[in-house]
Design a protein around this ligand. Structure first.
Ligand code: 4AD
Ligand code: MG
Length: 441
């Protein structure tokens, strides 16, 4: 909470004309003779402080030259409206008390390579673009919670350590668990399904883990996923909810992240076009579009990055692809015979799944669908996928005790933040990204 005793740059307009004290860091500085300029950063924003000889405390004026980039300081000054300032205010500095004079700071305003910046991620997050992207991320977390809360979804926290795999065994991180082995969760979905039958509508929200060997701009090994699950719901409900959800997130950022989007130079006109309805096409229709755009793939193959990009270009807004070949989808999907049809008990060629592809090459941001709700079919699928039936008994119980059609999806937070902010790579959308070759800092 901001109080008069603890003013911050982000809410500086409340202090117009007042003498205040700010705690912060030297972002930048320059001087020209009798006047010195201090760019002060306090985590909530940046303000220009002006030190004028005679007006400012002598010791502070003389000590200015010793202040290095990122030195921590306590600055007292008078807030003054300044139309030429980006934030509309400047500070007439009366006093500067150094707290620590920083060593030579490794990150300067000049260009650095990404590898170097990643090694210095603990410092890089202070830079403007990183700061802005992570603030948008934080706002998106609020948008997510608001959206589900106002719709009566219960937040339901699944475990992170689990004995079961949800999204195939090839990307599991394994860890010893006393006399057993456990995995880091790939998705909260299976537990979310239990939650849906207890509460109706739930959402899980937390970090998920995949031993992804791929080095792409879309893959992390640790990423955050929000996963709503609804009882008595079908494939279309997934697309309806996903569409409303994504529109809500974008609108929330347009309403609450103005200064961040400006720093990020995000084209906001483009974001304003993200309104319902989103196109919905079947996998079969998507193949025809891909063929037309010179990216033909055989039926039964999954999309790669170029295909997702081409589909994004075709529509210029997020597009749902549904009714995938069941052979490329996880064991839990309900299947259909018909590329537009409803569920069948087994061996349907099409999975009742829906993925949402974001435009501009950001790829799949939502993956979800309708779950198999028949115990015998699901049991057969688990075996066919080479999974250990014993570990899934509790999951099968959900089909033994009051089974019902149910459906849900997972939205990847980092890909969503990347798309909304326009940053190129998901590594800039989480404070400390984890990727195949990145475990430090
Ligand atoms: O499509 P996925 O694998 O779906 C599931 O995990 C389902 N169990 C979700 C559900 O139905 N409850 O992953 C969902 C989303 C993707 O669309 C993508 O946005 C994100 O999670 N995602 C990743 N994000 C960053 N790095 C990775 N390695 C990701 N893998 C998936
Ligand atoms: Mg997927």
């Amino acid at each position: 909470m901001t109080t008069a005793a603890n003013p911050r740059i982000g809410t500086i307009s409340q202090f117009d004309g007042q003498t205040i004290t700010l705690n912060g860091w030297v972002f930048n500085k320059r001087s020209s003779g009798k006047i010195k300029f201090l760019m002060l950063r306090d985590g909530s924003g940046i303000i220009q402080g002006v030190l004028v000889k005679g007006e400012c405390n002598d010791a502070a004026f003389e000590g200015f030259d010793a202040l290095t980039q990122e030195s921590s300081v306590v600055v007292t000054g008078k807030v003054r409206a300044e139309p030429r300032s980006k934030i509309g205010y400047e500070l007439t500095v009366l006093d500067v008390k150094p707290v620590q004079i920083a060593d030579a700071y490794p990150i300067s305003p000049k260009d650095h390579g990404v590898e170097f910046l990643m090694e210095n991620r603990h410092l890089w997050i202070r830079s403007q673009r990183q700061w802005a992207a992570l603030r948008v991320r934080s706002e998106i977390f609020f948008a997510i919670q608001d959206f589900f809360r106002t719709r009566g979804f219960i937040r339901f926290d699944p475990p992170i350590l689990s004995a079961t795999s949800c999204e195939g065994t090839s990307t599991l991180f394994q860890t010893p668990y006393f006399d057993e082995k456990a995995f880091l969760t790939q998705s909260g979905q299976l537990y979310g399904e239990a939650g849906a039958f207890a509460f109706g509508n739930i959402y899980t929200f937390g970090p998920t883990f995949r031993a992804e060997k791929s080095k792409t701009r879309k893959h992390l090994t640790e990423f955050w996923m929000v996963e709503p699950e609804m009882a008595f719901a079908k494939l279309n409900d997934v697309m309806d909810l996903g569409e409303a959800f994504v529109c809500h997130i974008v609108k929330h950022c347009l309403d609450h992240c103005q200064k961040e989007l400006v720093i990020l130079e995000r084209n906001q006109k483009e974001l304003e076009t993200i309104v319902a309805p989103f196109p919905r096409i079947t996998y079969d229709e998507a193949l025809k579009i891909l063929e037309k755009r010179g990216h033909a793939i055989p039926w039964g193959e999954d999309f790669g990055a170029p295909h997702e990009t081409a589909l994004g270009e075709e529509f210029g807004k997020p597009v749902f692809i549904h009714h995938f070949p069941s052979s490329i989808k996880a064991f839990y999907f309900k299947n259909a015979d018909d590329p537009n049809g409803e569920g069948v008990d087994h061996d349907g060629k099409y999975a009742l799944g829906a993925d949402l592809i974001a435009p501009f090459g950001y790829g799949e941001i939502i993956g979800g669908g309708q779950r198999e709700d028949k115990v015998d079919v699901l049991e057969r699928r688990i075996k066919e996928h080479g999974l250990n039936l014993k570990d899934y008994q509790w999951y099968l119980d959900l089909r033994r005790f009051g089974s019902a059609p149910h459906a849900g999806f997972g939205l990847g937070v980092e890909r969503t933040v990347a798309w909304v902010t326009g940053v190129e790579h998901v590594r800039e959308t989480i404070p400390f990204p984890r990727m195949i070759n990145t475990i430090r800092p």
